[in-house]
Structures are given as structure tokens and as C-alpha cells.
Design a binder for this molecule. Sequence first.
Ligand code: NAD
Length: 286
Amino acid sequence: MAQIIDGRAMARALSDETAARVAAMVADSGQPPALAVVLVGDDPASQVYVRRKISECARVGIRSVEHRLPVDHPQDALLTLIDLLNSDPAIHGILIQLPLPPHIDAALVLDRIDPAKDVDGFHPVNVGRLSTGTGGLVPCTPLGIMRLLDSVIDDYRGLNAVVIGKSNIVGKPVAMLLLEREATVTVTHIETLHLPDIARKADIIVAAAGAPHLVRGYWVKPGAIVIDVGINRIAQADGSSQIVGDCATQELDHARAVTPVPGGVGPMTIACLLHNTVLAAERART
Ligand code: NAD
């Protein structure tokens, strides 16, 4: 029976650590770390994510400052807001909730954030730092994935890791972090041929494709560790919906360890956002 890696428990433990660091900062300077959260438009999923991020901030003592902007908010005005947040010493992290409306150039907006406040780790400077292994702020989901893997792996040397998905927010950065740990990494995607054969050679599989139950039992070699990043909403016959991952988890008894969906990578992502915010605030004060 595969070990289930409990992302909720690990996220709670990380948030407790973060809360202790926040308390130390407040005791030291009287000021908590602060995160600016910018939401443009009224996308329902984005609203849920933003609410959750803000309530988690409150739980660990991080001050959050919300900027809710209308869907037709001009790009120039958004850039001006980012400039103001960049120069505000009381703001330590800036989060622009994605996706942005189509009239806004997301790359331009993300590039405008001060890399030292870029708690999502999407700025090209932070991407460059990650790929050269020179510090910077690391994207939250990949950071969370590595913490989950570190809970079951001491030494990555000699291990084969297969990453399924090559997005800028998950696949590519997680591949960089696995390389940092000296794993041998194969990055695959929708155009990859013979994916089941490639996956079957892996000691570590990170599935981040957004394809429900893509990774079947026969793709996974006995004793492999499987991180399921996918969040897929499947409509049920009764009109309700169910969230499933990218792995057919019920076929993975022969794996060494797997993450559940929900309750695996998801909770770690928010805990890592709080972690990054405190890290940015600590660095700003030194
Ligand atoms: P994306 O759509 O940007 O990228 C998906 C990648 O997977 C692409 O590189 C594509 O080529 C590849 N892919 C798609 N279908 C494939 C298939 N059948 N076989 C092989 N490769 C395939 O997605 P993303 O933003 O990286 O997110 C991936 C999944 O992870 C989504 O389900 C998303 O909801 C989830 N996600 C979860 C969290 C979390 O906190 N748990 C965070 C971010 C993303």
C-alpha cells in the first residue's frame, strides 16, 4: 500500500513555522510582513483563491492589502499601482492574481513587479536565479512539491525524475529544483511520444498536465514516488462536480508514496506563498 503524503498536515506545520517568524518580526520591529493582493475582474475561481490567500495571511499574522479592480481597469493604471506598491516600504510581497483580462499584457505586468517583492516567483529575474541556482524567490507550487518530496527522499542523487507538463508555473521550475537536488530529470509534455514508457523508468513522477487520471497504474514502476499536481473539475451525473488529479490514484498501490487530490500539493501552495512573503520581508529588513 502506497504511503499517502499528507499535504494538509505538512502545510499546517509550515504555516506554524511562518507564524513564529511573523511573531519574531513583530516583536523586533512592531511591523508585520505585508502582502498586496491585486485582483482584476470578477472571475469566480480567482475570487475564491484570493479569499483563501487573504484568510490564510490573517491566520499567520501577515497583513494583507487587497486591491480589487474592475474588469476593464486600464493596463497603465495597473502598472502605476504596481509602481506604488514597489516603492512602498511597508509592502513586502505583491501578488497579481492570474489570469488577467485579455486587454492586459500579463508578461508586462509581472515584469513590472520588483523581483524582491515577487512572492509568486514569476519575474524573469527570479526565473533566471532559479535556473542558475542563485537564490531569489521560488514559485509557490514547485516549492511546495519539493517540500513534499523532501519528506520522503533524503538523497536525490541517482534518481530518475519525470516531470509531466512544461508550464512556466509548475513543470519548468520543478524540473530546475529537481536538478538542483542532483536528480536526473526528464521533462515531458503533450507532444512527448511514448510517455508511459518514459514514466515507467521514473523513481519520481511529478504530474502537472491538467489531464484527469492521465497517469495510470502501468505507467508507474513499483516503489516510485508520485506527486499529483493536477486539479481537474469533473462534472457528475447528478449535476455536482468532483475534483480529481492527473493520476489514477486507486491504481497506484504499488507506488512507494503518492500525494492525494485534494489535500496534497494544493494546501502546500498557499503555505509556500506565506513563507515567501515572510522571506521577502526578512530580506528587506537586512
Ligand atoms: P498548463 O496548462 O499551463 O500546462 C500543462 C502542461 O501539461 C503543458 O506543458 C502540456 O503540454 C502538458 N500536457 C497537457 N496534457 C498532457 C498530456 N495528455 N500528456 C502529456 N502532457 C500533457 O498547466 P499548469 O498551469 O502547469 O497546471 C497543470 C495542472 O496543475 C492543472 O490541473 C492545474 O490546475 C494544476 N495546478 C495545481 C496547483 C496546485 O496548487 N495544486 C497549482 C498550479 C497548477
